[in-house]
Write a protein that binds this ligand. Structure first.
Ligand SMILES: Nc1ncnc2c1ncn2[C@@H]1O[C@H](COP(=O)(O)OP(=O)(O)O)[C@@H](O)[C@H]1O
Ligand SMILES: [Mg+2]
Length: 330
């Protein structure tokens, strides 16, 4: 179990650029089906299942900070149901779409049409595009619509934008009569405050969080996640990321956000492979962390290779520096 036989030993010989690249890609693609991920997956499965043949399709609003794994779950679910061509018609069981930056209802309709393969996706008015979209949803036998990056529909935060966007979504979800999942950053919740009808239509709102690390259970959950990631790292030997000390450091470095966990490991993979190592060690993690700049944490310190690292002290030190800065500015 402590060896990953899929990856040859490097025995101190630096991996070739092609090999480094392929190992980096492998690390990038690691997905762990951790309990919270599984919970969201089950919610989506249920929503999909309950809605088929039902009078009114179900809806769900998912929200959470960037990097917690929203798109990962949604994309995984979408990939389970492949598109296929039957009698010249493309069947699209799940229509998954990311709202582009600065979108309007018209551009969302247009981008959904494009996902469905309509060559004239950008032609027509908002109304005619929406009508065509509703038509194609039937023709392509769409069973579930997922609209990700929903916050971009209200990038310009004016009353008119919020009203128009919320009215469009409300009408669209009624007319499509297909279950819809809206997903976005926490600020996209604002759209529901502006339209009571939409709020009632999307009563089911669920927040997705990153990992926490306060209680014993939370620490076990994060360490179990790290263990699963570690077992899939593209090296012959394991890193023991889930050891208490290393896991404390990983939590401090990432605040429990899977995006940062992955970023650090992708860079560390490259450092380790380039130096011919058969596992990632703390020096690689140190170098990887140095590369990654999180502008939200200007005072974060590099925990790796620090023998005296203490999680509580490290967070406290960082917080004090933040407070001092706030005081100097204010
Ligand atoms: N279940 C998971 N297992 C492993 N890594 C994950 C998982 N979920 C997310 N990640 C990592 O975090 C990154 C960001 O996830 P993403 O789904 O894009 O977040 P969001 O959509 O919430 O901003 C992913 O590219 C992946 O590397
Ligand atoms: Mg996303």
């Amino acid at each position: 179990m402590s060896e990953n036989k899929k990856f040859a030993k490097l025995n101190g010989f630096p991996a070739s650029p092609v090999e480094v690249k392929s190992r980096r890609e492998h690390t990038k693609s690691i997905i762990v089906s951790h309990p919270r991920y599984q919970k969201i997956m089950n919610r989506i499965e249920e929503l999909h299942f309950y809605s088929s043949g039902s009078l009114q399709a179900e809806t769900l609003f998912l929200y959470g900070e960037t990097g917690v794994g929203k798109s990962t779950v949604l994309e995984e679910y979408t990939e389970r149901f492949q598109r296929e061509i039957i009698d010249g018609i493309t069947i699209v069981p799940i229509l998954y779409n990311k709202v582009p930056v600065g979108a309007t209802p018209k551009s969302v309709a247009s981008s959904l049409l494009s996902s469905l393969g309509d060559p004239a996706y950008d032609k027509g008015t908002e109304i005619s595009q929406t009508d065509r979209l509703l038509h194609f949803i039937k023709v392509c036998k769409v069973e579930l619509i997922i609209i990700d990056e929903f916050q971009h529909l209200i990038d310009r935060d004016t009353r008119t934008v919020l009203r128009k966007a919320s009215e469009w979504i409300k009408k669209f979800s009624d007319d499509a009569n297909v279950p819809i999942i809206l997903c976005g950053m926490p600020e996209s919740k604002r759209i529901f405050e502006h339209n009571e009808q939409l709020d009632r239509r999307f009563l089911d709102k669920e927040e997705i969080y990153g990992f926490q690390y306060i209680t014993k259970e939370e620490q076990i959950e994060f360490r179990t996640f790290l263990k699963a990631v570690d077992e899939d790292l593209p090296f012959y030997n394991r890193t023991y990321l889930a050891d208490k000390k290393l896991s404390d450091k990983m939590f401090y470095a990432t605040n429990g956000n899977p995006y940062y966990v992955n970023k650090i490991l992708v860079e560390a993979t490259a450092f380790a492979a380039k130096s011919g190592n058969d596992s990632i060690d703390e020096n690689h993690l140190y170098e990887a962390f140095r590369r990654i700049k999180n502008s939200k944490r200007p005072f974060v310190t590099n925990p790796f290779t620090n023998d005296k690292f203490n999680l509580f002290d490290a967070f406290e030190l960082e917080q004090n520096k933040n407070k001092k800065l706030a005081k100097n500015i204010g």
